[in-house]
Design a protein around this ligand. Structure first.
Ligand code: ZN
Length: 85
């Protein structure tokens, strides 16, 4: 059995363990609780224009626009301190 891998939040400069994994349009966004809530708030602000505030109702492109500040870690298993790239 594979051991569940702990992912860190994909948000830039965030070191919290990811609580939520969003899979949108083939991309994965790992988010800690606080950043997930922040994302939802920002989505709701955008969604207010369309009269809906459900993440699942939103177009992935809308989410892309909101999470553009997220830095995706393709492999976070080695930790953020490993900056040898
Ligand atoms: Zn975070």
């Amino acid at each position: 059995m594979a051991k569940p891998r702990i992912e860190l939040c994909s948000y830039k400069d965030c070191v919290e363990a990811a609580t939520y994994i969003l899979e949108l349009d083939g991309r994965r966004y790992a988010l800690c609780r606080s950043h997930y809530r922040e994302l939802l708030r920002r989505l709701e602000e955008k969604a207010a224009e369309y009269g809906k505030a459900n993440l699942l109702d939103l177009d992935p492109k809308e989410v892309e626009g909101v999470v553009r500040s997220i830095r995706i870690n393709r492999d976070s298993s080695s930790g953020r301190e490993n900056a040898s790239t």
